[in-house]
Design a protein around this ligand. Structure first.
Ligand code: SAH
Length: 253
């Protein structure tokens, strides 16, 4: 029996945003591995084994996936959004890099998904229409100093910034500090989008300006998009404004 390992993205939440390629891999798998709330999104299937885990055990999870695939199982490791964005794909390659040399010969595929920043951007307009970057605000795997350095440079370079993992009970102050620092670098009028639980029943989107942005608005299921100096709002009487970033900068049109 030939085993394989797919590291698959489940998108932001709704089943409608799971790609057919991922659905196919999930249907063919003998073993599913992932953070328990993500596994709960996948319909149960007879004969399939589920290995749910805590969110912090990424390297263990990657090792288990590789051992099962090496033993001939058809394994899918699930991530939310895209598996390559602050998620399991890098953990699997770290495990391969440091692990059993035979793992390099396994059939390993990364199946993309719709990342939170794309799902959120699509709901509000086109905030990522010009150059942008994505920053993981968690300082679990990097020092806070490095985060501040990157935020400051990203703002100075006038990128739109997508902030993943803006807040959790273990990291209560980081987003507020990030806003303070960004206010030193960017105009106060820059739009800030708080997009929570995108595509789920609890979806909520709010737009503020950098001046008024309050960190308390965010939680673990929020992505925060911070505009560049050129990001614009189009006000609408009936609801949220459109937010977009024009395609050009620094050229006369
Ligand atoms: N691989 C995932 C990101 C994992 S990090 C992806 O590509 O989307 C987890 C962070 O992603 C959360 O803290 C939040 O910032 C963001 N996120 C995930 N799902 C989301 C959703 N449905 N709505 C808003 N943000 C989400």
């Amino acid at each position: 029996m030939t085993g394989w390992l797919a590291i698959a993205g489940l998108g932001p939440g709704t089943a409608k945003l799971i790609t057919p390629e991922v659905t196919e891999a999930l249907a063919d798998a003998t073993d599913l591995i992932g953070y328990a709330p993500y596994l709960a999104r996948v319909p149960a299937r007879e004969g399939q084994t589920r290995h749910g885990s805590d969110n912090r055990e990424e390297l263990d999870r990657a090792g288990l996936a590789l051992r099962l695939a090496a033993a001939g199982k058809r394994v899918v490791v699930v991530s939310s959004g895209d598996p390559g964005v602050f998620a399991m794909a890098a953990a699997v390659f770290e495990a391969i890099d440091a692990g059993d040399p035979s793992w390099r010969e396994l059939d390993i595929r990364v199946l993309p998904g719709i990342s939170a920043m794309f799902a959120a951007a699509a709901r509000i307009g086109a905030p990522l229409g010009h150059d942008f970057c994505a920053i993981n605000l968690s300082d679990n795997l990097k020092p806070w100093d490095l985060l501040e350095h990157r935020l400051r440079l990203a703002a100075q370079a006038d990128f739109v910034i997508a902030l993943y993992n803006p807040k959790s009970s273990a990291r209560p102050w980081q987003l507020g500090r990030a806003f303070e620092l960004l206010r030193e670098e960017l105009p106060n009028s820059v739009p800030v989008v708080f997009a929570s639980a995108i595509s789920d029943a609890k979806e909520a989107i709010e737009t503020a300006t950098l001046r008024d942005a309050v960190a308390d608005r965010a939680d673990m299921r929020t992505i925060v998009l911070i505009g560049s100096s050129r990001t614009r709002l189009i006000a609408r009487a009936g609801g949220n404004p459109f937010v977009y970033t024009p395609r050009s900068a620094g050229v006369s049109s």
